[in-house]
Structures are given as structure tokens and as C-alpha cells.
Design a protein around this ligand. Sequence first.
Ligand code: ZN
Length: 343
Amino acid sequence: MKKNVEERFRKGLLKYGKKNKLHRCLVLPILVIGTFFSHVFCFVRGNGKRFAMLAMTFLLFVVYSSFSFPIFLSEERDGEAADLDEAVSLAQESEPDLSEFLEEDGSLSFSEYGDDVHSAGGSITYGAEEILQSAKQAGPSDGDPGQDGDLGAVFTRDDWRLILVNKQHSIPEDYEFPLGTITGYLQCDARIVDDLVAMIQAAKKDHVNLEIRSPYRTRERQEGNFNDRISYYMNRGLSYMEAYQRTSRVITIPDNSEHQIGLALDILGDGYKNLDEGFADTDAGRWLAANSYKYGFILRYPEGKEYYTGIAYEPWHFRYVGVDAATVITERGITLEEFWEDM
Ligand SMILES: [Zn+2]
């Protein structure tokens, strides 16, 4: 009986297709879909086991998709989560109440050094004057004009200057480095201090005052930033998993941040206050992009290289790799990840 219904349906459709030339292209897909469902119906009709199997497959598919595509979940939240998404991508602009404490990638810095220092107002920024003053007291600095890198130098992956830290490469558990203090809480790997001071001095000669925002960061600090952001999202109604997911998009997971090994610095200049893309268009941003390699620093997350770095463009985040490697990387316009591949 079922077969008859299907046969009649098919004949009717074909007849309709012959009469209405314009609708002919619709007839074929309807025919295919109709036949498919009719066969499925015949397959399970009167057979409980088959029906149960099909239903389970469908159920599993639905459950699986809801886990792998969290966007389905977000949409159910009548726009609230969607707003949050926007807040993440526009971190600095969209969260004015937190802007004072925002650091690179929108990380929160109010837990940085304890309340005594921080309650005064957001992140500490160290100006060129202060840094050079401290450096002068610490020892003579001749204002190194920058060095020429050796393009033929041989590089090895176990060179401390070339350590790769990113989402795929955590900091090795036994990693150690000499922590040096430049002034106040401004700390970084002691071995890069001379080049850093030389760079700040050279910039000053070109009438650019560089400012260091975020130097060495302890694991606890990075973890604090991370957890603060998770709580922030959870307070807005997200589950822990959702909050974690959103947080890891904007803040580096503890143990995967270059700031923890004292080789990365966030550098601004000339009163520019925000860690955002606009910094690239300032005198300081341009000076750094053009000259930092002479002092061993590379722009770590260049524009258009997100595929390799996994991090959006950050014109303020500089990483020390040594003058030779910085020269090669800058000349070739590549990232540390690509440089590593070739090593
Ligand atoms: Zn940074």
C-alpha cells in the first residue's frame, strides 16, 4: 500500500514537472527527498528495533553537536551571551568599568602587585626617564647605537634567547633564568637589561619616550589574571566551562605566557595609554617597529600572522631573541614560530 502511495506521488510530481516548465528544477530535489523519507519510513515501520536505533543515532548527533558548537548554546541566551562575545573581541572599548585595569589582550591587572601599589590607579607604567636614571645608577651605559645582526649566524633551539612559548609550547617545568630588576617592580631576565636600556636611550635620542607597561609576570600573577577573568564571566551568568573558553581566548593560559620567562615586554610611549592597535600609528609605535630588532627585540605578534602565532596583532608586545635572530626575523618578515620551523 505504501508503495502505491509513493508511486502515485512520483507520477504526480513528474506530471506537474512536465506541465510547469519553470518549476521543473524544484521537482527533482523534492522527488529525491520524498523518496528518501519514504524509504526511511518503510525501513522502520513496524520494526521497533530499527526505530530505536535510528532514534538513538539522531539523539547522539544532537547531543554531540550541542557540545562541539557552543554557539548553539549562546543563541539560546536571548542575546546576553552574544553581547558578551562582542565585549571580548572589543575588550578595551566595551568594558569601560574595567578599562583602568586592562592589560594586553584585555587581561586584568588589579591583582598584580598587591593593593598598596595598585589601588592608586591601574597598571604601573615606567617612563624612559625613570628607567634611564636607574640604569645610570646601576652602572655605566654607553648608549649603544644598536648592533648589526649577523645574517649568517647559526641558531639552535636550545639557545635561551630563542625559547618558543605559545599555546602549543608551555614553559618547561625546570626553566630557570636570572631575574633582574631595572627599577621598582620593573623586572625581566637580567641578560636583556643592557639591550633594553640601550634601546630606550636610542629612542630618546630620536625624541621618542618609550614606556614599559608589563614586564616580567609571575605564574601566580598570570594565574590570578586568568581566574579573575573567569569569575568576571561567571558573575555574568556563564557556566565555568563557558567562562573558561572565553577567558582563554583573551588571556594567555598560565605557563604559556612569554611574560613569565622575563623575555617579553609591553612597550608604549609618549603618553599613549591603551594596549590597542592604535599604538602602531604613534611615533613610538613606528619607531619600535623600525628599530627594535637592532637591540634584539621583535614585534612578536605581527598583523596578518595570527595563523602562526595564534594571537591577534599586538603592536606593543616585544620579545627579546637577541640581535642576530631579531635581524633575520625582521628582514624576512616572519614570526618566531616560522623561524623555529626552519631551525
Ligand atoms: Zn605582552
